[in-house]
Ligand binder design. Structure first.
Ligand code: G1P
Length: 353
C-alpha cells in the first residue's frame, strides 16, 4: 500500500507564518508538523510515499523531506498546480498511485493513535474504504459523518451548518483504486473545491462499504495559530526523560529535553519543554509547554505555552504566554513585567516597556 501525503495548500489561515514557509514545516514540539505524519506512516509499514506539493510548498518541502531516507521511506513528489481541493490532489496523483490502494494523509493533521490498526482494518475489508473519525465540539468546521445503527457510514457532509453528528472526518483515509473514478465525478463545492468528502459520498452511493475508524487519542488539524499551540501541548505531553545538553545552575522539573549543543544557564524549567540544538536560555523561567527552536534565545524572561522558532529571541519580557515567535523574530521587553501573547512572523520585531 502506498501513502499519499497532501501538502499543497498555502495555509492562508496561518498567516503571518505561512507567508514565508509552508504550514507543514511549522514546528510543534520541536519537529515540523509533517514529520509526525511521515513517521506515523512509516511506523504503520507504509514505505512508498507520494507527497503532493503546490507552487508555494514545492521547494521548501523537497528541501526538508528530500528522498525520505532519514525517515526510512521512499518519497516521490506529485505537483498540484493549483489548490483546488483534496479530491483534485488525489487526481493529480493518479499516475503515481498506478491503480494501487493507498493511505491518504493530510500533511497538516496530527494524531496520537498509530495508523497501523486502520491499515489492518482496510486489509480486512474487501472493496471497502476506511475513514478516521473523531468526536469534536465544533463539527461544522470539518467534514462530518453520519452512521447507521450498525455503525456504517451512511452520509458525509463537508462543513455543514447543521451537522448530523459530532463525528468529524479526520485527515486519514485508506482507499482502494475506485476512489479515483469517484474523484473524477466530484463537482466543485460551495468553496469552489473538489472535496474528498463528496468523492467518499459517491462511493457510499455506489454501495461500496465505508468503514469508520474511531480515534481514541487526540487529533489536531493545525489550520490556525491556536491549533499550533494546542498541538504543541499535546505533543509535549508525551515527552519523557530529562535534559541531555548543557545546564548550568538550573532547577529542572518534569520532562525537559535539551539537545546537545543547547545551553541553559540560571534557569527554572518546568517541563514539558524542548530545547533544540544551539538554543540558549539565561536567567529565565521556561515552561510548561515551551518549544525552543534551533539557535533560539531567551534572556531574563518568563516563557510558557509558547513556540519560539529557529533563531527567535525573547529578552526581558515579563511573561510571554500562548505566543508563537517566527524565525529570527525578536521580542524585547526592556524589563517590562507585563504578560503578553504575541504572534510574530519571521523576522518580525516588537519592543515594549
Ligand atoms: C479537510 C477536509 C475535511 C476534514 C479536514 C480534516 O478540510 O475537507 O473533511 O474534516 O480536512 O483536517 P480543510 O482543512 O480543507 O478545511
Amino acid at each position: 500500500m502506498k501513502g499519499l501525503v497532501l501538502a499543497g495548500g498555502s495555509g492562508t489561515r496561518l498567516r503571518p507564518f505561512t507567508y514565508s514557509q509552508p504550514k507543514h514545516l511549522l514546528p510543534v514540539g520541536g519537529k515540523a508538523i509533517i514529520d509526525y505524519g511521515i513517521e506515523a506512516l512509516a511506523a504503520a509499514g507504509i514505505r512508498e510515499l507520494g507527497v503532493v506539493v503546490g507552487m508555494e510548498t514545492d521547494g521548501p518541502l523537497r528541501q526538508h523531506l528530500a528522498d525520505g531516507s532519514r525517515y526510512g521511506v521512499d518519497i516521490d513528489y506529485v505537483f498540484q498546480p493549483q489548490p483546488r481541493g483534496l479530491a483534485h490532489a488525489v487526481l493529480c496523483a493518479e499516475e503515481y498511485l498506478a491503480g494501487e490502494p493507498f493511505f491518504l494523509f493530510l500533511g497538516d493533521n496530527l494524531l496520537q493513535d498509530p495508523l497501523g490498526e486502520m491499515v489492518r482494518e482496510f486489509i480486512r475489508t474487501e472493496r471497502g474504504s476506511v475513514i478516521a473519525l473523531k468526536e469534536v465540539p465544533n463539527p461544522s468546521d470539518y467534514g462530518v459523518a453520519q452512521l447507521d445503527e450498525q455503525g456504517r457510514v451512511v452520509r458525509l457532509v463537508e462543513k455543514p451548518a447543521h451537522p448530523p453528528s459530532a463525528l468529524a472526518v479526520v485527515g486519514a483515509y485508506a482507499f482502494g483504486p475506485e476512489i479515483m473514478d469517484a474523484c473524477k465525478r466530484v463537482r466543485p463545492s460551495n468553496r469552489g473545491e473538489l472535496e474528498i468528502t463528496d468523492a467518499i459520498q459517491s462511493l457510499i452511493d455506489d454501495g461500496r462499504p465505508v468503514l469508520p475508524h474511531r480515534l481514541r487519542g487526540w487529533w489536531k488539524d493545525t489550520g490556525k495559530a491556536e491549533h499550533l499551540l494546542e498541538a504543541n501541548e499535546c505533543v509535549l505531553d508525551e515527552l519523557r526523560g530529562m535534559a541531555e545538553g548543557e545546564t548550568v545552575d538550573c532547577q529542572l522539573s518534569g520532562a525537559v529535553h535539551v539537545a546537545p549543543g543547547a545551553r541553559l544557564e540560571k534557569c527554572v524549567v518546568h517541563g514539558p519543554v524542548v530545547v533544540a540544538k544551539g538554543a540558549h536560555a539565561q536567567g529565565s523561567h521556561l515552561g510548561p509547554y515551551v518549544s525552543l527552536g534551533p539557535e533560539a534565545q531567551v534572556v531574563d524572561s518568563r516563557v510558557l505555552h509558547s513556540i519560539l522558532m529557529d533563531g527567535a529571541q525573547a529578552s526581558q519580557v515579563g511573561a510571554l504566554t500562548h505566543s508563537i515567535l517566527g524565525r529570527r523574530s525578536r521580542a524585547v521587553g526592556k524589563g517590562s513585567t507585563r504578560t503578553v501573547s504575541l504572534l510574530l512572523g519571521d523576522d518580525g520585531h516588537v519592543q515594549f516597556e
